[in-house]
Write a protein that binds this ligand. Structure first.
Ligand SMILES: *Cc1c(COP(=O)(O)O)cnc(C)c1O
Length: 453
């Protein structure tokens, strides 16, 4: 019914009561069936082969570093629900900021209009972004953030009349699941059906002290043909490649060489951004700064999806013209949604508090101590750490783990710890607000895997 036009409060109340009754009846009828069962009827989950993995766990509540399932069992969220809710689930400060914003402006078209949360967010973000990042383009998620970055790089050269149409990327990078983002990601068996439709991409290995001279020599040869438009990279930590880390020195030399040859640098900091590496952005470990940056995930603290692509004044100016078609004609319906901007503003404020900065230092130290203890264990092949990101590879000779990844996952969940192993890699990327006690639960679960307890 149309409440606004009914004019009768009583009617509204009656109707409301009636709806509540209906809801209760509905609830009773499904009460016996668990979420995990009801789920199977209509839902199709991401990154899932439903035939071999039919079971989804119903989660009903989250608070701080904890998740609760429909049976009331508690789990430490050891990966911050894919690196988003770094300030804790249902963080009251962030919830309040968004609730306040939603009383005044919920959503408005961002083409032709602007609003306070977006303007203020741009002002606050440029204060902590690398100095050369001056223009901000909003979208909806990490994939669209990189998609926009790729389009910016390609059109930048197009607008300047340069025939640069090939992108460069790292072999095992991950940049998202839309077409452009998939194209620049490392080749994966999952992308097979789409490979014929990809944009043109060439790949280089991540730098090591051993291969860096070879990479640079190959690149110098390759650069004689100046058709490279841009280089997209996850600086220092490749998330989806199982938190693989490479050294800043080698990356710096690659970036400097490409930059001096007019190849636009696109730093995909969707995962590494906002403090996880111990600095606000991983790019701060490098001297050569990106021309374009892609952000998402922790940007909005896990509350509302949002993507952001930032760029230099120089990139922006290649689109600034009397010719309409030189503009960036890309847009999403929810671009710069005011609620998402409010969440991002609150998150940014939290990130810069002494308390969160101290949390980041504490977690880094705890990881350090844990690493000392575990890295020489025979079941541990190698370990790595940067900021609050910690990863270890298990020695895969451990025959008893047949279907290793699934067994590890179950083992951790049984112990009330949510970790998402990638192959033989176990990694931790828990919220900044994780307590020592909660982190100990994560360490304890890992100790038990390698047989330390
Ligand atoms: C997660 C991720 C993406 C994709 O973000 P979505 O929001 O999942 O589309 C892109 N790049 C990196 C480095 C990521 O970690």
């Amino acid at each position: 019914m149309d409440y606004a036009r009914s004019g009768s409060v009583l009617l509204v109340i009656n109707d409301h009561l009636c709806n509540i009754d209906k809801l209760n009846v509905l609830r009773d009828s499904v009460a016996l069936e668990k979420l995990s069962e009801r789920d199977k009827k209509h839902l199709w989950h991401p990154l899932t082969q439903h035939k071999t993995h039919p079971e989804m766990l119903g989660i009903t509540k989250a608070q701080g570093a904890l998740l609760y399932d429909e049976d009331g069992k508690e789990y430490v969220d050891g990966i911050s629900s894919w690196y988003t809710c770094m300030y804790g689930h249902c963080n009251p400060f962030i919830l309040e900021s968004v609730m306040e914003q939603m009383q005044s402006l919920d959503q408005v078209v961002f083409s032709g209009f602007t609003h306070e949360p977006a303007v203020r967010l741009s002002e606050e973000l440029v204060k902590i972004l690398p100095k050369n990042q001056q223009k901000l383009f909003f979208s909806d998620n990490g994939s669209t953030a990189t998609e926009v970055g790729i389009k910016m790089a390609l059109q930048y050269h197009f607008n300047k009349g340069q025939k640069r149409n090939v992108l460069l990327a790292f072999e095992e990078g991950f940049h998202g699941d839309t077409f452009g983002a998939m194209s620049v990601s490392g080749l994966s068996v999952y992308n097979g059906p789409f490979e014929d439709f990809f944009i043109e991409v060439e790949r280089i290995p991540v730098p090591t002290p051993e291969n860096i001279d070879f990479i640079l020599a190959q690149l110098k040869k390759r650069l004689k043909n100046n058709n490279l438009a841009g280089f997209i990279y996850e600086p220092l930590v490749q998330g989806a490649a199982a938190m693989k880390m490479h050294d800043a020195e080698g990356l710096e030399r690659i970036l400097a060489l490409l930059k001096s040859n007019g190849v636009l640098l696109i730093a995909d900091e969707v995962m590494t951004g906002f403090g996880k590496t111990g600095k606000n952005f991983a790019s701060e470990y490098l001297e050569t700064q990106p021309d374009i940056m892609c952000l998402s995930k922790a940007l909005t603290a896990g509350l509302i999806p949002m993507g952001l692509t930032t760029c230099t004044e120089e990139v922006y100016m290649a689109f600034y013209s009397d010719e309409k078609a030189k503009g960036l004609f890309h847009g999403h319906t929810y671009t710069a949604n005011p609620l998402a901007c409010a969440a991002a503003l609150a998150a940014l404020e939290l990130l810069q508090t002494d308390a969160i900065q101290q949390n980041i230092k504490d977690i880094s130290e705890w990881h350090n101590a844990f690493d000392e203890e575990i890295r020489n264990h025979p079941q541990v092949a190698n370990t790595r750490q940067l900021g609050v990101i910690y990863a270890l590879d298990l020695n895969v000779q451990m025959e008893r783990y047949g279907n290793l990844r699934d067994k590890l996952f179950k083992h951790f969940m049984d112990q009330g710890v949510f970790l998402r192993p990638l192959g033989n890699t176990i990694y931790i990327l828990a919220p900044y607000v994780t307590t020592k006690f909660q982190m100990e639960r994560i360490y304890g679960a890992i100790r038990s895997v390698v047989g330390l307890v």
